[in-house]
Design a binder for this molecule. Structure first.
Ligand code: A2P
Length: 330
């Protein structure tokens, strides 16, 4: 299996290499791809050193599969070129997610939509993945009517520059700014760019992507996405109204039975999900499970995951694993 990782030197690409290694994904040849600046830079994988190549070179190397995380513009331009060369692309950017001809996949939920004809497959937004992982089993049983999501997102979701900005602020060092304001001791209600409707692009991803993954346009979603000074791990406060009434103990049971979801909810021991617990883990953690007492059939949840792992690298690698296991690469 020839595997290309596009954006291999970046925040998510680095974790992709780690996850491929940890999960023992079959790799006979690794092709790390980055910008021209990084050409020849050596990256280690399973005890061997591999030089970074450019996108042009990588296309010619005809990998079986390419995992992309080098930004939307790179994906828009280059994913089709890889696909034309016979390489199946799993893309972590937002470039293809809402394209009706492309699949948007969380393997535990809708892996079954994948076919051998899919040459460019989209990985959902980090905040979407952890949200749908927790909501899918509840939606199946109780049917969601309306969802209100507020996120508390870490700087690692923005990239290396943002992590450096927070680090500089902590150290009291002047440096390049990834955000228009300081992020330390602050909260920015501004993730990704603002759109014409007054929402951010991140907020609209949360509105649109869950419907595509859950194959249901009937529920409504509204979101507020906030950047906070955590280094890694996104948290979400979720208020969900169902069509049908639920039983809290059944909600806990459904969540704990969902593969990849862990319930952390014990008030006596102050046990609830937090980014420091989720760090470097592949699971999605759910806690503070309680009935919204202000209206019927409504639940409050607190959902946390490592945005670089299940929110990005791990889900991408799981899609690749699904393709291999189901013989969908050709
Ligand atoms: P490089 O390290 O050479 O700049 P992050 O957003 O976490 O900083 O990571 C971005 C990743 O995408 C890096 O690996 C970066 O490579 C890569 N990248 C950015 N722009 C391009 C481009 N035009 N072509 C190929 N790779 C790119």
């Amino acid at each position: 299996m020839k595997v290309a990782v596009v954006g291999a030197t970046g925040m998510v690409g680095t974790v992709m290499l780690k996850v491929l290694e940890e999960r023992n994904f079959e790799v006979s040849e690794l092709i790390p791809v980055a910008s021209k600046r990084s050409e020849g830079k050596l990256l280690s994988f399973k005890g061997k050193q591999y030089p970074c190549v450019t996108l042009e070179t990588a296309v010619e190397m005809k990998a079986d599969i390419a995992l992309f995380s080098a930004g939307g513009d790179t994906s828009l331009e280059w994913a089709p070129k890889f696909a034309d060369a016979g390489t199946t692309v799993v893309d972590n950017s937002s470039a293809w997610r809402m394209d009706p001809s492309k699949k948007l996949v969380v393997p535990e939920i809708n892996g079954d939509v994948l076919t051998a004809e899919d040459k460019i497959i989209a990985n959902p937004n980090c905040s979407t993945i952890q949200l749908v992982m927790a909501l899918a089993p509840l939606h199946d049983k109780y049917k969601m009517k309306r969802l209100i999501v507020s996120t508390y997102q870490s700087v690692s979701g923005t990239g290396v520059k943002a992590v450096q900005q927070l680090e500089n602020e902590i150290q009291g060092v002047k440096g390049e700014m990834a955000y228009p304001y300081p992020i330390g001791r602050n909260a920015l209600p501004h993730c990704d760019i603002f759109l014409e409707n007054g929402y951010t692009k991140e907020e609209m991803k949360l509105v649109k992507e869950p419907k595509k993954i859950l194959r249901d346009e009937s529920f409504s979603v509204t979101a507020t996405a906030v950047r906070i000074p955590t280094a890694g791990g996104h948290s979400e406060s979720v208020n969900v109204e169902f069509e049908n009434d639920f039983d809290l103990s059944d909600v806990r049971k459904l969540l704990s039975e969902m593969p990849g979801v862990v319930v952390q909810d014990n008030l006596e021991t102050n046990t609830y999900p937090m980014p420091i617990y989720a760090h470097d883990k592949d699971e999605v953690f759910v806690g503070r499970i309680r009935r919204d007492e202000s209206q019927p059939n409504t639940l409050n949840l607190w959902i946390v995951a490592d945005n670089l792992r299940k929110g990005a690298a791990t889900n991408t690698v799981q899609i690749a694993e699904y393709l291999v296991e189901n013989n969908l690469l050709n």
